[in-house]
Design a protein around this ligand. Structure first.
Ligand code: C2E
Ligand code: MG
Ligand code: MG
Ligand code: MG
Length: 281
């Protein structure tokens, strides 16, 4: 490490590194513009049971750049996290999502009974996160029971006492809490005992390993943990019928992935549900 320090200091001035710095600045600047000029969009991906019936949907942020087209979240979410812009993005996503739900309610159309929203670690660590989230639900007159907040280990394990208090307060209000990317962290599982969680979301990387004829003891164990601890378990990134079948044999009841549906603009969700129900009749 020390040996490399000198070299790294030189790298800072290399053209490639300069390019990287410029790209990041460009994205940061672009994001500020995007927030103000309608370039951000809410997509949603259905979460279904084995029969393909909708149970809920996950909100996924999309950036439709006027010149560069669709910029995927992994390109800009990490930069938004580093620069603090994630707070504004997070607020925007929450506000837009609740607005969409309230519109669906007013239109009396079909829509998912629950909507999952990703919450970044920094967002969750804000002292007023609970009050703020609650007040947005008040603003749009949305029952918090419709909302599932997806948090990662990184967000939950910063300060376990504070996390517990926040989760208790959130769940007391009616929100549900899901542990996103379950299995990818490096912490012990003890926190599962200490934290009140409603759902485990098995990360796509484990689902990818499910191939014809190969047993997946880790996935099976994660499903069993959820069952024993009275949490829902959902598999993320299900791409094939074979994976869905094997997961169902292991006791999984909720699925999300391209095999069932891709993320789509939020306003297309009601029609997706209607079409899906027609096909089943
Ligand atoms: P995530 O929360 O784990 O979301 C699941 C990701 O898996 C989404 O990628 C989704 O499009 C993708 N996915 C779902 N099913 C499949 C499949 O069958 N195959 C493949 N190859 N991919 C699948 P996406 O939309 O690119 O989002 C990536 C990550 O960006 C999310 O991971 C989440 O961590 C973050 N993100 C997205 N929207 C938001 C947001 O509004 N706020 C925050 N804080 N983070 C967000
Ligand atoms: Mg998620
Ligand atoms: Mg996930
Ligand atoms: Mg993931």
């Amino acid at each position: 490490q020390a040996k490399n320090a000198g070299r790294e200091r030189c790298v800072i001035y290399s053209p490639e590194h300069q390019q990287e710095v410029n790209d990041r600045l460009e994205i940061e600047r672009g994001l500020r513009v995007a927030l103000e000029s309608d370039q951000l969009k809410i997509y949603m991906q259905p979460q279904v049971n084995l029969a393909g019936q909708i149970q809920s949907a996950e909100v996924l942020l999309r950036w439709l750049h006027p010149e560069q087209g669709m910029i995927p979240p992994f390109h800009f979410i990490p930069i938004a996290e580093e620069t603090g812009l994630i707070l504004r993005l997070g607020h925007w996503v929450l506000d837009k999502t609740l607005e969409q739900i309230s519109r669906w309610q007013a239109e009396k159309t079909v829509f998912p009974a629950q909507i999952s929203i990703n919450v970044s670690a920094w967002q969750f660590s804000q002292p007023d996160f609970v009050a703020h989230t609650r007040s947005l639900c008040d603003k749009w007159q949305i029952d918090p029971q419709c909302i599932v907040l997806e948090l990662t280990e990184t967000a939950l394990l910063r300060d376990i006492t504070e996390t517990r208090q926040k989760l208790d307060a959130l769940r007391h209000t009616g929100f549900r809490v899901s542990l996103d990317d379950f299995g990818t962290g490096y912490s012990s599982l003890a926190y599962l005992r200490d934290l009140p969680l409603d759902e485990l979301k098995i990360d796509k990387s484990f689902i990818d390993e499910i191939q014809p004829g190969s047993r997946q003891p880790l996935v099976e164990s994660m499903i069993a943990i959820g069952k024993h601890m009275k949490m829902d378990v959902i598999a993320e990134g299900v791409e094939t019928a074979e994976q869905a079948l094997q997961l169902s044999e292991m006791g999984c009841i909720k699925y999300q992935g391209f095999h069932f549906a891709r993320p789509m603009p939020a306003e297309e969700i009601p029609q997706w549900i209607i079409d899906r129900n027609k096909r089943r009749k």
